[in-house]
Design a protein around this ligand. Structure first.
Ligand SMILES: Cc1ncc(COP(=O)(O)O)c(C=O)c1O
Length: 390
């Protein structure tokens, strides 16, 4: 537990006081300040004060979001583009790279569809080779295998920073170094990491790092963040075009010679869902008020406690034990295959008010800043009881 947690629980998450939410890898219940920020924005549009004041409101939430995001990512706000979901950000390299027949994309066979179908599509359309690193018998990605697949024809390496299923965190820095040595770009799907644990895109050498908001960023559905490295911003034209890419701060709408916006903002091609941006500004403020280092430490310590407890049960723990090699979710397989996973999830919910999820032939537990050690103990007791009863 961190210092302000009790206060935050009471003020921001009263709905979680009598239940245990271990499903943040799916989505996060809104904090009160997030709901309030969205309401405020909606009310503003409901009864607008005409003129500049409306624009000021749009600018203010965007500015707050950029300040919050750059603090979280430890980068310049110029390096961040707002996106509506994770796939949106991954489509920047998909559409922006000049693909030629014989080029290749390297990924792994463990990826979520968001980080697979864009590459399958371009492989088909442009006769590009899609190379998928195999997973090993422990359902883990072996970085050596990924590195072996990278060569001078590789244009893009696309991986999840933390896998949605197993919770494995790849050694991103090692992979980006090799990719860059071969002239390839690297795009990360970071939705299972951002907001829950430390993610500094510049440090890991990401060219693109995209994360939808509704999971650990604790934001509304329909908004997210994409880091784009300054080198890419300079070298790649934004593939999706509209008014938003260009610097129309002076509202000189008939000007046909406008320059691009400075930085990653030029990848935003039009109006974004501002109601959601207002919510994202509030959720980033909440995370940053605690500090991502503290949030990450808290989450990792709960996961350690959870793993220790799960080891006592008849389960196979797939998630790597080493904290630097995982995110803040744990994935297990139930050894007794006759047990119905959906039924387990249902019983945990109905009888014990503990929310987890069934995924990928196993059970997934994920924590965030509102969880406590008591939550973990309640979950372990509930799971033991459920596995015996079912
Ligand atoms: C790894 C991963 N990527 C992406 C998504 C969602 O993609 P999008 O934000 O584009 O809807 C999920 C959702 O579960 C996910 O787990």
């Amino acid at each position: 537990m961190f210092e302000e947690q009790e206060k935050i629980l009471k003020e921001e998450f009263p709905q979680l006081l009598n239940r245990v939410w271990l499903n943040s890898s799916a989505f996060v219940p809104h904090a009160k300040s997030v709901v309030k920020a969205m309401h405020q924005f909606i009310n503003y549009i409901h009864d607008p004060i005409i003129g500049e004041a409306v624009d000021n409101h749009f600018r203010a939430v965007t500015n707050d979001t950029m300040v919050g995001a750059s603090k979280l990512f430890n980068c310049k706000s110029d390096d961040i583009s707002l996106v509506i979901n994770t796939a949106h950000g991954l489509n920047f390299p998909l559409q922006g790279i000049d693909w030629n027949k014989g080029d290749n994309i390297v990924t792994s066979e463990l990826e979520f569809p968001t980080n697979y179908y864009p590459w399958k599509y371009i492989a088909r359309r442009k006769r590009v080779e899609l190379r998928e690193a195999k997973i090993n018998e422990k359902i883990q990605i072996n970085e050596d295998e990924i590195i072996e697949l990278i060569d001078d024809k590789t244009k893009l390496v696309a991986l999840s920073l933390v896998q949605f299923n197993t919770g494995q965190r790849v050694d991103a820095k090692r992979i980006t170094k090799v990719a860059h040595d071969h002239g390839a770009l690297v795009a990360f799907d970071a939705i299972q990491a951002c907001g829950a644990t430390e993610v500094y895109p510049k440090d890991i050498g990401a060219d693109f790092l995209s994360a939808g908001g509704p999971k650990y960023l604790m934001a509304p559905l329909g908004i997210g963040l994409c880091y784009i490295s300054p080198e890419v911003v300079e070298s790649m034209e934004p593939p999706m075009q509209g008014t938003g890419n260009y610097d129309f701060t002076d509202a000189d709408w008939m000007n046909r010679e406008k320059p691009y916006h400075k930085g990653a903002k030029r990848f935003q091609n039009g109006t974004v869902p501002f109601y959601c941006v207002a919510g994202l500004a509030a959720s980033l403020k909440l995370i940053n008020s605690i500090g991502i280092k503290t949030v990450a430490k808290h989450n990792h310590s709960l996961i350690e406690q959870l793993i220790e407890g799960l080891e006592e049960l008849d389960l196979q723990i797939i998630t790597p034990h080493e904290s630097s090699r995982r995110g803040v979710l744990v994935y297990v397989r139930v050894v007794d295959k006759s047990k119905d996973l959906n039924k387990i999830v249902e019983m945990m919910e109905e009888k014990h008010k503990v929310t987890i999820s069934a995924r990928f032939g196993g059970l997934r537990f994920s924590v965030h800043l509102y969880n406590t050690e008591e939550d973990i103990q309640k979950c372990l007791v509930a799971l033991k009881d459920t596995l015996m009863e079912i």
